[in-house]
Design a protein around this ligand. Sequence first.
Ligand SMILES: NC(=O)c1ccc[n+]([C@@H]2O[C@H](COP(=O)([O-])OP(=O)(O)OC[C@H]3O[C@@H](n4cnc5c(N)ncnc54)[C@H](O)[C@@H]3O)[C@@H](O)[C@H]2O)c1
Length: 259
Amino acid sequence: MSDRLAGKVALVTGGGGGIGEATARLFWDEGAHVAVVDSDASAAQRAAAGIDKSGERVLAIGADLTQEVGAARAVRETVERFGRLDVLANVAGVRVWGPITEATKKSWDFILGVNLLAVAHCSKFAVPEMARHGGGSIVNVSSANAIQGRSGMAQYDATKAAVLALTRSMAYDHADQGIRVNALCPGPTLTMFHVRRRAAAKGVSLEQAEAEMRAAGARVLLKRQAEPREIAYGILYLACDESSYVTGTTLMVDGGLSA
Ligand SMILES: NC(=O)c1ccc[n+]([C@@H]2O[C@H](COP(=O)([O-])OP(=O)(O)OC[C@H]3O[C@@H](n4cnc5c(N)ncnc54)[C@H](O)[C@@H]3O)[C@@H](O)[C@H]2O)c1
């Protein structure tokens, strides 16, 4: 354990699984008090219990962050429990697949709600809390495919590009309050969500799906998928004081996919 976030309070969205859970765990390892927020309340509980059985420095919150009221409650409960908020990691995200000809109002509402509006809602309520204590750091998780095209994920990629624009303009708006705002773009990252989906779609075991996915990392310069913790280390850098001169930027953690 190290202490890059000692004494700090962090709220991690999407903390119930994948990159969000890895981020919450790494933040905790680095000394932070961590609120694990997820629309899947039981996943948030499970992740929080796995990170800190005593519950002293971790709090699980079930909240649908597509709704302002859910984001407001998540921030409020974090501050009520830990007294302040220094770091917001907006990690929650969802995907829809298919070309734009298959998009519907429902699919747009779903993906914009989580990938863009949840980021905005959480930031809206986090900023005043951060400003009250002299500032903080907001890290928005986008995707390497915000800047690199591909087929079959136009809606997702558009929402992730929007997050980059939101990040830059938020950095302007809140610099004077001592709040840094940055984005991080992961490349393909091996999470259970992806493994389960592939196993179900192809009718293979989880082990086989995982092996196939590892092989599919070949399109990346580093020839493999990331482990969630490798992405979390980038989020940690932007969250902690070691990046004190960094704001409004986009950090690619994509194994060279976009090079
Ligand atoms: N895994 C990858 O290959 C990859 C690549 C690039 C970018 N990303 C991005 O990284 C982030 C994390 O990805 P992941 O693979 O760990 O995802 P994941 O599906 O494993 O986890 C996402 C979490 O977000 C939660 N969530 C969904 N809707 C929510 C809502 N309305 N309110 C609160 N929580 C909600 C889910 O319950 C889930 O626990 C996402 O933003 C994703 O777009 C992932």
